[in-house]
Design a protein around this ligand. Structure first.
Ligand code: SF4
Length: 381
């Protein structure tokens, strides 16, 4: 990204230019042909050598892109564990859910974004295919159950709207009820253990609403695939690219929804030993900016091995601080041996998964955001 570009944006700065949750709508965007991000991405597909950060390599591999690289060199390999941890995690938070709603429904009320909803992007498809139009209408209707603008204020006032906001309200109440550091101002967390009846009931209602959204999205993908297969006359290369972009975007949303549904299914049930789940309120100096449920792999090298390492023809990891195992010792974790640094991270997670209540988080929320690629990927095993 050119260094001068973020300075043109006063309010949101460089974050306004990032694609953090797959917001790009590809050929559905009027700037697609001249967009510098997409141009670089298309050029990267033809290049012999692509230099990218860990998160981007993992996200592309996890999304199963056919043109994902087959020979990978990870420099600064001691950061791989953290990058995999962020990439293969799931977060059902207000910010993530509202992004999902906006991607499907589009701008609402007085908001003047450049983004258009799914219905606007697929207008020609839906006027041609009745079943597709039906699925799209059902998806837009179901997406209205997700949080909307002003959700944080409604939660603070105790007046949530819709099942997902009601769930986040219960999450907020549970975290504060277990916290001893409410006045400290930093982020608060508590493990997802022994939830009370109100939290379980809210999770059940939210789960049903997410399932109600997942079904029409699946039906819409099937209709779009059918249109590509029996292409009508009007489906020129531009329309085809737009439909393909919509299928890709819908597939990622369905994966995210399925991770959220899995996480909610665990509330009140038996904990999965492969994951660490917790509830969190993200705050900066006492000001809340996100609330939700989080799920991370206990050992993120497992999804890393399956999604990134196994399909590759060759992977080389280099690091000045990475240490190999001593000769003759068997691997202790996952498909490969891990470093002392990784082992200590896994130990911390084990401690966290068995930790009692009243846990507080002393880390600044911004420190976690700094290591996150922003995309909450599927819980691939
Ligand atoms: S939505 Fe448009 S401007 Fe944004 S990254 Fe995609 S093609 Fe570029």
């Amino acid at each position: 990204m050119p260094g001068w570009l973020p300075s043109l944006f006063r309010r949101a700065g460089a974050t306004a230019l990032t694609d953090r949750r797959g917001e790009c709508v590809y050929a559905g965007c009027p700037h697609y042909r001249k967009c510098f991000i997409e141009r670089a991405e298309r050029a990267g597909r033809e290049a012999d050598l692509v230099i990218a950060n860990h998160a981007l390599v993992m996200v592309n591999a996890a999304r199963g892109r056919p043109d994902a690289p087959t020979r990978i060199l990870f420099d600064e390999g001691h950061h791989l564990f953290d990058a995999a941890d962020s990439t293969f995690a799931a977060a059902l938070t207000g910010q993530e859910a509202i992004e999902m709603r906006r991607w499907i429904v589009g701008p609402e009320g007085k908001s003047r974004g450049r983004r258009r909803g799914l219905a606007a992007r697929l207008l020609d498809v839906c006027s041609y295919d009745d079943q597709g139009a039906e699925a799209l209408d059902a998806a837009v209707e179901a997406a209205r159950a997700l949080p909307s603008d002003g959700w944080l204020g409604r939660l603070a006032e105790g007046a949530p709207f819709g099942p997902v906001e009601a769930l986040l309200h219960e999450v907020r109440g549970t975290v504060y009820a277990r916290s001893k550091a409410q006045e400290a101002g930093y982020g608060l967390e508590t493990e997802l253990a022994e939830p009370d009846a109100a939290l379980i009931a809210a999770a059940t209602a939210a789960l049903e609403s997410l399932e109600a959204l997942a079904k029409p999205l699946a039906a819409l993908v099937r209709r779009l695939e059918a249109i590509l297969e029996n292409a009508p006359d009007w489906l020129d290369s531009q329309a085809r690219a737009r439909v393909e972009g919509a299928i890709t975007g819908l597939t990622w949303r369905r994966e995210t929804l399925s991770a959220w549904i899995g996480l909610l299914g665990r509330v009140g049930g038996v904990a999965d030993p492969d994951f660490v789940d917790w509830l969190a309120i993200d705050r900066v100096e006492g000001r809340e900016y996100d609330i939700g449920l989080h799920r991370h792999w206990l050992d993120p090298t497992r999804p890393l091995a399956r999604a990134v390492l196994e399909p590759a023809h060759g992977v080389l990891v280099t690091s000045a601080t990475l240490r190999g195992p001593k000769a003759g010792r068997a691997p202790r974790h996952g498909p490969g041996r891990c470093t002392c640094r990784q082992r200590s991270a896994i130990s911390r997670r084990r401690a966290r998964s068995t930790m009692g209540r009243n846990r507080k988080c002393s880390s600044s929320p911004t420190s976690r955001a700094a290591t996150s690629p922003g995309w909450r990927g599927p819980m691939q095993g």
